[in-house]
Design a protein around this ligand. Sequence first.
Ligand code: CUA
Length: 315
Amino acid sequence: MNAFSYFSRVSGQAISVDHIFFALTALSAVIAGMVFLLIAVFSVRYRAGSVAPRGRLPKELEIGWTVATFFLFLFIFWWAAANQLGALEHPRQNLDIHVVAKQWIWKTQQPNGIREINEIHAPVDTPVRLVLTSQDVIHSMFLPALRIKQDVLPGRTTYLWFTARKPGIYHLLCAEFCGTEHSRMTGRLVLMSKSDFARWSASQQPSETMAAQGEKLFRSLGCSGCHGANSTVHAPDLSGVYGRAVHLSDGRVVTADEAYLRDSILLPGRDVVAGYKPEMPSFAGIVKEDELVRLLAYLKSLQDKPVINQRGEIK
Ligand code: CUA
């Protein structure tokens, strides 16, 4: 495996970011060079007593260079913006790796339950999505070899996507001053070939998948008492809820994504489902961040099971 390197480029995104960076640097160098050259030429040409013509320049010259630089800047804006937006497009099938930041470590967990501290193992040539949240203050996940960075916020879920091309060990850094030991909040991104990754996963022997751990929490926290299949309490059925459109009592329709499910657990009174009373107590302060991601993993796992509606029809 490669040594740590700041200058490795291990994804298509990293290469396009570098192209923009080097093009902007080259353009700045050319313009700075032109300015210095003109200073030198003009100070000789228009020195005191020289007979060089000093009349007005034609107007077209000024219009010309203004328009030319305007289009140049428009092009740079389009190029960089298209690249940034392109990095937000992602395939629906990702390997989801959950990351919880806390002062001053990164806790990560793979879908199959493997937990790591300050380390992310991931396969190359596979779309990976990092699902990020913080347990305390604002952190920032920075993976320089992939040229990607994303703030990690308490009480919110943010994402990073990448498809790496080159196996190796790369830096994983916190890029937001988050307290006295911020500078030591570092780790390793370990990119492996698909077969090495499969071997590594097998050798870790996770006790349970994240979804299975979430299901246990779903019971122990008492969620199943109301949301379970045999419950007599009138609470929304959660099978297949992830990714579905949910009609709320105030007429809004929202998609049950991670953020919605998370808010429903911590702020249940805010987005009440149409036809239900706001009876659920808040679990803020009761469930920890890493428990929340496991609960969400469980709720997501329910989407694969058939959904039975009130008339007993299987959808
Ligand atoms: Cu976490 Cu800086």
